[in-house]
Design a binder for this molecule. Structure first.
Ligand code: ADP
Ligand code: MG
Length: 140
């Protein structure tokens, strides 16, 4: 077991429906700590940069438009095996395939508007955390 950090984003479909408290409760009930958090509106350029790994995918432009359709809440989560653990709490990308009790099963509207983002590896977590936060803003 290793203490890790991961980057979470509460996406525009969830902020629009006022679900940030319910999502944070799921995160905290699962034993992860929210050690940094801020609400912001991404620009199109920032959304394109954050999701650059998906630039060739057919859904890329729609995904970036969706991510700028309202405010997001970027968070740093900390805990044992936080990267994999948060992916478990989030559930599958497509809410139709998400397990019972997961954030996406309970809250996601669609495969695109699926309420949360979570880093997929410790290396990407470090890159994604530094995209949103300076070390001064993270209080473990
Ligand atoms: P995850 O967020 O589970 O890591 P991906 O990294 O594969 O999933 O995709 C990034 C985001 O792109 C997803 O969370 C979702 O918002 C969107 N997305 C993924 N696949 C599709 C798809 N087939 N159609 C529309 N949007 C998609
Ligand atoms: Mg991903």
């Amino acid at each position: 077991m290793t203490l890790q950090q991961t980057l979470s984003i509460i996406k525009p479909d969830a902020t629009r429906r006022n679900l940030s408290g319910k999502i944070n409760a799921k995160i905290e009930d699962a034993g992860l700590r929210i050690i940094a958090q801020k609400r912001l509106c991404l620009t199109k350029e920032q959304a394109q940069k954050f999701y650059a790994v998906h630039a060739e995918r057919s859904f890329f432009n729609d995904l970036c438009d969706y991510m700028i359709s309202g405010p997001v809440i970027a968070q740093v989560l900390e805990g044992e095996d936080a990267v994999v653990r948060y992916r478990e709490i989030m559930g599958a990308t497509n809410p139709a395939n998400a397990a019972e009790g997961t954030i996406r099963k309970e809250f996601a509207e669609s495969i695109e508007a699926n309420s949360v983002h979570g880093s997929d590896s410790p290396e990407n977590a470090a890159t994604e955390i530094s995209f949103f936060f300076s070390t001064l803003e993270i209080a473990g």
